[in-house]
Design a protein around this ligand. Structure first.
Ligand code: ADP
Ligand code: MG
Length: 234
């Protein structure tokens, strides 16, 4: 049984449909998509120990399948430089998130290295009632949220579709580099689109995917946040 099947089976068994960031990143890693290595700390002490092991600076994020927008809940702290900052961040995350989600199951926090800044990309999947799974590509931040500058294709896609999706967004020029950003490596972004499409095709029961953001660099791309939602019924 693949690691992915085990994770999905265990999520189902717990009566959940949402994978945590850590579970989703394990699944995407197995699908060949590069993600920041992320581990679960179930206590403050463990968060400190894991941060030391990974090496500073680190990022702490609330780990709960019930909290979709971690930043909005005060559940993300980026750039923690030492043990004291990690300890403080852990307390602050719990203090901020708990009152907002009094009933949520919180596993602790995820711990990962701070990724080098890149051009922020979003890749997503949702189910259209008529066309089935649809894959989406866009630039992060205001490009998606305000300008709705995104491209869609029905899954499955081939490399030419992936290439066209990337080229057809209005912000395409941004991928050539701007404001001191290095350009984005287009083949790496095409690869992620294809791997997501393949994954959805061969994995039954996927309802929704969010890789938001992916940091694109001049020679690679890495997903720093990941989310998978399963269909209600297997
Ligand atoms: P959410 O989308 O649930 O609010 P994210 O995991 O996307 O939470 O984190 C929020 C923001 O923090 C991201 O958009 C990104 O800018 C930044 N971030 C998250 N993880 C990392 C990381 N490993 N390295 C650098 N920045 C990160
Ligand atoms: Mg995110």
């Amino acid at each position: 049984m693949s690691n992915t099947s085990k994770i999905i089976a265990s999520v189902r068994q717990q009566g959940r449909t949402v994978l945590t960031e850590i579970e989703a990143k394990q699944v995407f890693s197995e699908a060949g998509i590069s993600t920041t290595a992320t581990v679960l700390a179930s206590s403050q002490t463990e968060a400190v120990a894991l941060s030391e092991k990974i090496g500073f600076p680190v990022v702490l994020k609330v780990a709960s399948p019930e909290i979709t927008h971690k930043t909005d809940a005060g559940g993300v702290k980026v750039g923690l430089k030492n043990k004291a900052e990690v300890r403080k961040a852990y307390s602050e995350i719990m203090a901020s998130v708990r009152p907002k989600y009094p009933k949520a199951k919180i596993y602790g926090v995820s711990v990962q290295s701070v990724a080098r800044p890149g051009i922020e990309i979003i890749i997503g999947v949702f189910k259209d009632p008529q066309f089935g799974p649809v894959i989406m590509f866009g630039l992060g931040g205001i490009f998606v949220e305000v300008l709705k500058d995104v491209a869609f294709r029905i899954i499955p896609i081939v490399r030419r579709d992936a290439a066209e999706m990337i080229k057809e967004i209005k912000g395409y020029a941004m991928l050539n580099g701007y404001r001191g950003h290095e350009p984005a490596h287009i083949p790496s972004l095409e690869d992620i689109l294809l791997k997501v499409s393949d994954f959805v095709e061969k994995t039954p029961g996927i309802k929704e995917i969010d890789l938001n953001p992916i940091f694109a660099y001049k020679d690679s791309a890495v997903a720093v946040d990941a989310r998978i939602v399963l269909e209600d019924k297997p």
